[in-house]
Design a protein around this ligand. Structure first.
Ligand code: NAI
Ligand code: A1CAB
Length: 275
């Protein structure tokens, strides 16, 4: 790391923490500087045996030890978890507080943790586990340049980072990239089912789908062409792809994606009010 190493504590060891911590350790973040707390033991066992990070059942203990606290519990638990941290951890204002929870606004965390906290909201996604994450970030105006560089570097280690202008944009980024892996897996599973329905076994169907998804994503990254033009390169006039694409366009795939993203943004906004 080019920024000074810091002790970082994850509160909650669920899917997203496992992905981020796994990716961070793989990218060279020192595991002895990573702390994770969770109520149940099995997830902690996996983290300590495979990644050699510190683990605990005690949120306040790991939070007190760390310079950076990453709040990684479900939004509906956030108020209670923060209340306990506020009661039990001294000098919260001296630490950088990061949250990966969807929806909940920085203003709300000030109510939960104190008006003097400094905070960064990160919206990551699960491909962080394999170093291909996409994380959106937004900070309050108390966060220093060094804090920004530190957290950018930590999340660059597990993929790409994109700073957004405000929390409304983070809700949109979350609906596209945070939730996005689920949309792609849904689509991939549907293609797998289509191939198995025509006689392929699941394994072979999966191989052809996942390799094609990887190839398409890598081509999109490598190319300066518009995505639409890359699509056209595959679609020979009078050929087979044109027939397949006609079916997707007939079902108005643009409309489906627009509605999916709007629904997810709306839920982020609801969670901001609820939790
Ligand atoms: N899963 C995803 O793809 C993404 C999730 N997020 C956000 O990440 C956060 C966590 O989500 P997931 O990891 O998917 O959820 P999860 O349910 O897999 O993990 C939450 C973890 O928190 C633990 N937990 C419950 N009560 C606790 C407490 N009092 N103290 C400490 N830990 C406690 C649970 O045992 C569980 O291991 C959520 O706020 C979500 O909005 C953000 C982006 C993507
Ligand atoms: O479904 C959720 O609420 C979280 C946020 C983005 C992905 N998972």
């Amino acid at each position: 790391m080019t920024t000074s190493p810091r002790k970082i504590a994850f509160i909650g060891a669920g899917n997203m923490t496992q992905s981020i911590v796994g990716g961070m350790v793989k990218s060279g973040y020192p595991s002895e500087l990573i702390y994770v707390s969770n109520p149940s033991q099995p997830k902690l066992d996996k983290l300590s045996s495979e990644l050699h990070v510190h683990t605990s059942h005690n949120n306040a203990e790991v939070a007190a030890t760390a310079d950076v606290i990453v709040l990684s519990v479900k939004p509906q638990l956030m108020a209670d978890v923060c209340a306990a941290l506020r009661a039990e951890v001294p000098n919260l204002a001296d630490k950088l507080i990061v949250t990966i929870a969807a929806g909940i606004r920085i203003e709300k965390y000030r109510q939960y943790l104190g008006d003097d906290i400094r905070m960064i909201r990160v919206m990551p996604n699960t491909p962080s586990l394999v170093g291909k994450g996409m994380s959106g970030l937004v900070a309050d105006d108390r966060v220093s340049e060094d804090d920004r560089s530190y957290i950018t570097e930590a999340f660059d280690g597990v993929g790409a980072t994109l700073w957004v202008a405000n929390e409304d944009e983070l809700d949109i980024l979350g609906a596209v990239a945070g939730s996005g892996p689920a949309y792609f897996f849904e689509f991939m599973a549907s293609l797998q089912k289509a191939a198995t329905a025509l006689g392929f076994d699941r394994e072979k169907a999966r191989q052809m789908v996942q390799q094609t998804a990887l190839g398409a994503a890598e081509m999109a990254i490598a190319s300066e062409l518009e995505l639409e033009d890359l699509r056209k390169q595959v679609t020979s006039k009078g050929g087979s792809t044109a027939k397949g694409i006609e079916v997707y366009q007939g079902a108005d795939i643009d409309d489906i994606s627009a509605n999916a993203v709007k629904a997810a943004v709306q839920r982020n906004q609801e969670m901001a009010k609820l939790f």
